[in-house]
Design a protein around this ligand. Structure first.
Ligand code: NAG
Length: 173
């Protein structure tokens, strides 16, 4: 019993320290409003659907779906880009594990595409249809839990490219 309590207080202490340090955000766990499912086999939804978006993602397939820790994940997607996406575009990504905000970060979109070699895509991305496929390995060390991801991509002049959100549950083994 005392062990249990110690453990609980330990956790509470860690959690509140982390909150104070700004590492995790509390009361920030609502999914974004205005979502619409994306065709295909994936847990992804388009979000902010009332706002005009420069990329229409028509279909996303994950294999396996849902993704499995320690396995390779094949992502295939197709969509249409309506306006040229140039250097300076960025993506705001937020990842939460349950109510804890694990990551809230802005990435350079063009740099990220090049670093991850997504079918050799590079900026400027001209308007047109795109069909991409990418294999990523999900590390086995990823802690189990319910992850919520929200990603919003913008052009350099802050026009919305796309808003994506999804929930992935990695069960304990
Ligand atoms: C994932 O794919 C890479 C490259 O194709 C391969 O080397 C690796 O063994 C695969 N991992 C698993 C867990 O299948």
């Amino acid at each position: 019993m005392t062990h249990c309590l110690k453990f609980l207080f330990g956790l509470l202490f860690l959690y509140t320290s982390a909150v104070h340090a700004g590492l995790v955000g509390v009361f920030n766990a609502l999914p974004p409003p205005n979502t619409k499912p994306i065709d295909g086999e994936s847990p992804l939804l388009q979000c902010d659907v009332l706002d005009k978006q420069l990329l229409e993602i028509k279909e996303v397939n994950l294999s396996p779906n849902p993704p499995v820790r320690g396995d390779n994940l094949t992502i295939s997607a197709n969509g249409e880009v309506f306006e040229t996406i140039e250097e300076g575009a960025y993506v705001d990504v937020e990842v939460r594990l349950g109510y804890i905000r694990l990551l809230s970060q802005t990435f350079d979109l063009c740099q990220t595409l090049e670093d991850n070699d997504i079918e050799g895509l590079s900026c400027p991305i001209e308007p047109g249809q795109y069909d991409i496929k990418k294999i990523v390995e999900i590390p086995g060390e990823v802690p189990p839990g319910k992850y919520v991801v929200v990603a919003r991509a913008y052009t350099e002049s802050d026009d919305l490219i796309t808003c994506l959100t999804g929930e992935i549950v990695f069960p304990p083994r």
